[in-house]
Every structure is written in structure tokens, then in C-alpha cells.
Design a protein around this ligand. Structure first.
Ligand code: XMP
Length: 512
């Protein structure tokens, strides 16, 4: 793999994703990994990420100079650029000129391998105080900026290079090309990470792991569990059984989507458990968001365990399939001291004492790769392009206690919003658009010459790359108008539609 050493920036995962976009497999390792651990992974190249420190600050994460002697191609980005330059004998100093955000970078000399032929003046995203003021011996400087004399250097012979700017972000329009040139032209790596190679490799791994055993998989209706199940099914056929728990907090049409679309595309064994009453009973009168989340998680597990016991009659199910994604893996490795903002519940939230051996075929993949794998496996667009929907479902989109009537109201409003967004062709350009029912709030309205005293619903359209941060989406007014008119006309209990214009942070995407 190409290893991205994470120096504590939020950029490391993004860099790994960009490397994979160049069709080369990449993984993130923490900067605390030892040289031995890093080399044991047999890296085709090492990329040092950006980070918040100054190379000279006390306690700043460093790099073992031995790493540069291992003969592995290395590329430094931002902080990593400074670390690499100084490890190779260059000079890093605070120059007094800080650059943050969009900065003009100039190509110097012939541009070398990394910058040749790119626009002589190009925008790039910077974020630094210190700068490399002298490039390492034997290297050439191929880019500079006002605040960074050495904004790019390369030593093609020894296969080292670095850039002060962030090539991985969209604000550096030539960044992907520069990264690609390092990987292919300097490090000499062949692009081989394609969707069909991923499928082939994962199917093989799953077969090896499960052998002639049986596996069970909880389906949520979401992309991840569906793709994980489809991969496992490809490997072990009808020794896989999927369990879908209808907790009554689903959106309109979701159960059908799983029962029809997914089954007809895959022919998988599916058990649906109707647990609607059980969840409604357990949630009765509960208004606290965390309590709701915990109850839903707990009930889900109980239902799932029961389904598992029922299946025992058919044979021994030793394996449990989970749709864990790579960002979850990286985050739970490095998530020390992160505050518990919300207790996330999904089908992955099952307890350890379930006594299954886990099968996690998506552990190495990012969301966009999962979608491509799903398409490759023949899953329908309705599943593969599905927007995220939280495991606790509509239960956390009703602000106030959950009951049948409120669920029906919200389901109707949500369906209208989704229909109109789809009709306007906006599904692919927004991340998701939760519709939230403020069940304990009433306001006065007028409809058909009569006074109404109904509830508001909130539209929460957001744009995001990974749900960690998000911006509110500027939906066209005519689309908002159609949604508002239809909801207030067609959903009896709702007499007001409001728009949430808060980014994340400070708001989260869901209201609870
Ligand atoms: P927040 O509200 O934390 O949501 O900004 C971030 C993303 O995660 C989804 N979400 C969940 N997904 N189980 C899930 O599987 C959950 O408990 C859960 N809570 C929030 C949310 O829809 C958004 O995409």
C-alpha cells in the first residue's frame, strides 16, 4: 500500500482517498507507528500528512530519519513537507509570512516532474506559519509562493518530493495531478486498485474466512449493509441469511425497497421481523434524544438476537457480517478523547457478547468505493445511491415523544420532500435532507378560511463530503416552494414549513 502517516490533521483520510482515486491502494497510519511497523507493511510509498504543529515546537511529532534511508519513495505535504525537507538536510524556519487559504503558487524553473506544464501561476490551498527556506541537497525547487520559497521540491533520483500546499483539497485544482505524478512518475507505482479488483479480492478473503460456515447479516436498508451482504453472498451463496428489522421508524417505501429491490437483485435469503409494536411501546413517552437512541439500540439487539436463535434450527451461524467502513476504522483507532456527541446506532452497533466472528468486507473502503462496488455487484441505483439515513430512523426526527400518529405525519412530509428533490434532480448534489417534525410545537395558521393550530416541520438540506462537517444547501427557491406548498396542503397536521440554515458545526445534521 501507499501509507499516509497521519500527523494529526483532518487531512490524512482525504489524502488516502485521493491516492485511491489515482487507483492506488492507500492506508492511514498514525504518526506514533514505529519505523519497523511502517516498513513491515511493505509500503510502495510513504506520504507524510499535514499537521497542526511547528516542526521545532517542543513535543512536535517527529519522523525517524531512518525512514528516509529505507529506499521507499516519500512525499511530504505541508507539515510533512517541512519534516521531510529537514530530515534530508534542508532548512525550515518561521519566516514571519504566514499563508492561510487560497494562495498563489508559482512554478519555478522547468517545473520538474511535479509541476511541469501546469499553469505558471496557480491557486493552491495553504495553511502554514513555518516554511522550508532551503531545499535539501540534491533536490530541485519546482514551486514557490510569497510565504514559501520552497513550496515544492523534488529529488527524482532518490524519489523524494514535497509540497507546502495541500494538494488533496478541492481548492488546489492541480493538486490531484501533482499527487498522481508523484505516485506514478516519481514513485513508479502502477495503478491497479479498481472496483473489479476490489470485488475479486474481497470475495476471495470472505471465502477464506468463512470456509463452509454460515453467516448472518443485519440489513438496515442503507448502502453499507446492502453492499456488505451482496459481497458475502457472492462468496458463500445461500449460506448467508439477512435479517431486516422493521422497527416502524422507517421512511415510506423502505421496507419494500429491501424486500423487493435488494432481494430481486441478489436472490439473498431474507428474514423480515416486524417489530413495530415493540419499538413503539418501548419509546412511549420518551423525549430525551440519548434515551431514545439507547432504547432503539437495545430493542434492535433483542430482536436481532431472537432472529438469530430462530435461525439456529437451520444450522450454526458463526459469522456476523457488518458494514464497517474505513473511516470508522481509522476514527476508532485515533478517537482518543473525542466527546460523545451522539450514541450512534446502526446495525453495526451490536454488542460484543453476541459471540460471532465478525466479517467486515468494507473495512478498507471509503463510501464512494462502496457505492462503486455495489454497482459492480449489480445492486440497483435505488440502493447504491441512497443517501444516508440514521439507524434510529424517524425516531430521532420527531422532536418530542414518538407515537404512531406523529410517525405517519412525518413519513408523509418526508416523502413529499424526497419526491420533490428527486424530481428536481437534486439527489446527487445534496448529502441528505432530513425532515424534522417539531411535535411539541404548535403555531397558528389559516387554511381554507379556517384557523389551524398545527405543527411545523423543518427541512434540513445539507452538503457534505463525509458528514463530519456540513454546510446547509442553498436549494432553489422554487423547489422549496413546491415542497412547502405540498406539505402544508397534503399533510393535515402540518401548517408551517421552515428551513434550517445552520452549518455543522455548530449544528449537527440530525436534530437529535
Ligand atoms: P450528525 O447528526 O451526527 O449525523 O451530524 C452525521 C451523519 O450520521 C447520520 N447519523 C446516523 N447514522 N446511526 C447511523 O447509522 C445513527 O445513530 C446516526 N445518527 C446520525 C446522519 O444521518 C448523518 O448522515
Amino acid at each position: 500500500p501507499v501509507l499516509v502517516v497521519d500527523f494529526g490533521a483532518q487531512y490524512a483520510q482525504l489524502i488516502a482517498r485521493r491516492v485511491r482515486e489515482a487507483q492506488i491502494y492507500s492506508e492511514v497510519v498514525p504518526h506514533s507507528a514505529s519505523t519497523e511497523e511502517i516498513l513491515a507493511k511493505n509500503p510502495a510509498a510513504i506520504i507524510l500528512s499535514g499537521g497542526p504543529s511547528s516542526v521545532y515546537a517542543e513535543g512536535a511529532p517527529g519522523m525517524d530519519p531512518k525512514l528516509t534511508e529505507a529506499g521507499v519513495p516519500m512525499f511530504g505535504i505541508c507539515y510533512g513537507h517541512q519534516l521531510l525537507a529537514s530530515a534530508l538536510g534542508g532548512v525550515v524556519e518561521p519566516t514571519g509570512v504566514r499563508e492561510f487559504g487560497r494562495t498563489e503558487v508559482r512554478v519555478t524553473g522547468d517545473g520538474g516532474v511535479l509541476h511541469a506544464g501546469l499553469p505558471a501561476h496557480q491557486p493552491a490551498w495553504m495553511s502554514h506559519n513555518d516554511s522550508v527556506t532551503k531545499a535539501p541537497e540534491g533536490s530541485v525547487v519546482t514551486a514557490s509562493s510569497d510565504g514559501a520559497e520552497v513550496a515544492g521540491f523534488e529529488d527524482v533520483k532518490r524519489r523524494f518530493a514535497g509540497v507546502q500546499y495541500h494538494p488533496e483539497v478541492a481548492h488546489s485544482p492541480h493538486g490531484q495531478e501533482v499527487l498522481r505524478r508523484f505516485l506514478r512518475d516519481i514513485a513508479g507505482i502502477e495503478p491497479q486498485w479498481t472496483t473489479s479488483s476490489i470485488v475479486e479480492e474481497q470475495v476471495q478473503r470472505i471465502s477464506d474466512q468463512i470456509g463452509d460456515g454460515r453467516a448472518i447479516c443485519g440489513l438496515s436498508g442503507g448502502v453499507d449493509s446492502a453492499v456488505a451482504a451482496a459481497l458475502v453472498q457472492r462468496a458463500i451463496g445461500d449460506r448467508l441469511t439477512c435479517v431486516f428489522v422493521d422497527h416502524g421508524l422507517l421512511r415510506a417505501g423502505e421496507r419494500t425497497q429491501v424486500e423487493q429491490d435488494f432481494v430481486s437483485a441478489t436472490g439473498v435469503n431474507l428474514v423480515t421481523v416486524d417489530a413495530r409494536e415493540r419499538f413503539l411501546d418501548a419509546l412511549a413517552g420518551v423525549t430525551d434524544p440519548e434515551q431514545k437512541r439507547k432504547i432503539i439500540g437495545r430493542e434492535f439487539i433483542r430482536v436481532f438476537e431472537q432472529a438469530e436463535r430462530d435461525l439456529k434450527a437451520q444450522g450454526d451461524y458463526k459469522f456476523l457480517v457488518q458494514g464497517t467502513l474505513y473511516p470508522d476504522v481509522v476514527e476508532s483507532g485515533g478517537g482518543e478523547g473525542t466527546a460523545n456527541i451522539k450514541s450512534h446506532h446502526n446495525v453495526g452497533g451490536l454488542p460484543d457478547d453476541l459471540e460471532f466472528e465478525l466479517v467486515e468486507p468494507l473495512r478498507l473502503l471509503f463510501k464512494d468505493e462502496v457505492r462503486r462496488v455495489g454497482s459492480e455487484l449489480g445492486l440497483p441505483e435505488t440502493i447504491v445511491q441512497r443517501q444516508p439515513f440514521p439507524g434510529p430512523g424517524l425516531g430521532i426526527r420527531i422532536i418530542g415523544a414518538v407515537d404512531q400518529e406523529r410517525l405517519d405525519t412525518l413519513r408523509a412530509a418526508d416523502l413529499i420532500a424526497r419526491e420533490e428533490l428527486t424530481a428536481a434532480g437534486l439527489d446527487r448534489s445534496i448529502w441528505q435532507c432530513p425532515v424534522v417534525l417539531l411535535a411539541d410545537v404548535r403555531s397558528v395558521g389559516v387554511q381554507g378560511d379556517g384557523r389551524t393550530y398545527g405543527h411545523p416541520v423543518v427541512l434540513r438540506p445539507v452538503s457534505s463530503e463525509d458528514a463530519m462537517t456540513a454546510d446547509w444547501t442553498r436549494l432553489p427557491y422554487d423547489v422549496l416552494e413546491r415542497i412547502s406548498t405540498r406539505i402544508t396542503n397534503e399533510v393535515a397536521e402540518v401548517n408551517r414549513v421552515v428551513l434550517d440554515v445552520t452549518s455543522k458545526p455548530p449544528g449537527t445534521i440530525e436534530w437529535e
